[in-house]
Design a protein around this ligand. Structure first.
Ligand code: NAP
Length: 243
């Protein structure tokens, strides 16, 4: 018997990285998992691996997202994980359209998916939501990643307000800061030239990698799923914080 037998889960950004690991963990606990992101080949591969459903959609495309979620049906467990770390660099230099697009993905993408799922969760008296945040949400944030830090800080506040409204409904909402996880996002960050991201950023992320201190996606995924299996509500949980 799995703790999530008979439950349906949705993982945005499930095609690779942390989202793929979360999809695998949810499946191992018995959930039927919808794996949603833009790259069809990745979505299909992960969905096949976990025996779930492939959902190819962009979280910033309202019509496509709505029709995809409608086709998938009721969601009991939601992980709003889709995210991007770009654009990286000084605010005066970065492409402002990319800045806005990052906030659309990291913040509005999560808000839109949660808005689609929450009414049904409340009506059924059960739901578990985790939004994947970041340590960058805490001051001083992540240097050179202004849009990312801003969007994750807003995502934390959104989560806390939503959780307050959900109190007593059987539905919970928490944010998880998963630490520095060994995914393509970290590879992308290490690939940026030092004169674009600055010495502090460059040395921090190269150092964590070179010292073997990145967190395995499976370890971060287990932390996320532990939160989803609990009755916690309205918390911003950091994998590095001893509990
Ligand atoms: N890795 C870290 O160190 C770290 C640390 C703290 C927090 N996080 C957070 O963890 C989450 C997962 O990151 P990751 O490290 O696993 O990154 P990743 O390997 O780059 O994966 C990101 C996932 O999000 C999807 N995605 C991006 N834009 C999307 C969009 N518009 N619509 C739908 N899906 C979209 C990507 O798929 P497509 O591009 O195919 O759509 C991909 O599946 C993110 O929210 C990130 O901010 C990561």
């Amino acid at each position: 018997m799995g703790a999530l037998d008979g439950r349906t889960a949705l993982v945005t950004g499930g095609g690779r990285g942390l989202g793929a690991a979360i999809a695998a963990s949810l499946s191992s606990h018995g959930a039927h998992v919808g794996v949603l992101s833009r790259t069809a080949a990745e979505v299909r591969r992960v969905a096949a691996d976990v025996g779930g459903t492939a959902l190819v959609a962009d979280v910033t495309d309202p019509d496509r997202l709505a029709s995809t979620l409608q086709r998938f049906g009721e969601v009991d467990v939601l992980v709003a994980n889709a995210g991007v770390v770009w654009p990286l660099g000084p605010f005066a230099d970065v492409d402002i359209a990319a800045w806005e697009e990052a906030v659309r993905i990291n913040l509005f993408g999560a808000v839109r998916v949660e808005r689609a799922c929450v009414p049904g969760m409340i009506a059924r008296g059960y739901g578990r939501i985790v939004s994947i945040s970041s340590g960058a949400a805490n001051a001083p944030g992540m240097p050179s990643a202004n849009a990312y830090s801003t969007s994750k800080a807003a995502l934390d506040m959104f989560t806390l307000h939503l959780a307050g409204e959900l109190d007593g409904t059987g539905v919970t909402a928490n944010a998880v800061r998963p630490g520095v996880v060994d995914t393509g996002m970290q590879t992308f960050m290490r690939d940026q030239p030092v004169d674009q991201v600055g010495g502090q950023f460059y040395e921090r992320f190269h150092g964590l990698h070179d010292r073997g201190e990145l967190i395995a996606p499976s370890t971060a995924a287990e932390f996320v799923v532990d939160v989803l299996l609990s009755d916690r509500n309205g918390e911003v949980l950091d994998i590095r914080t001893p509990r």
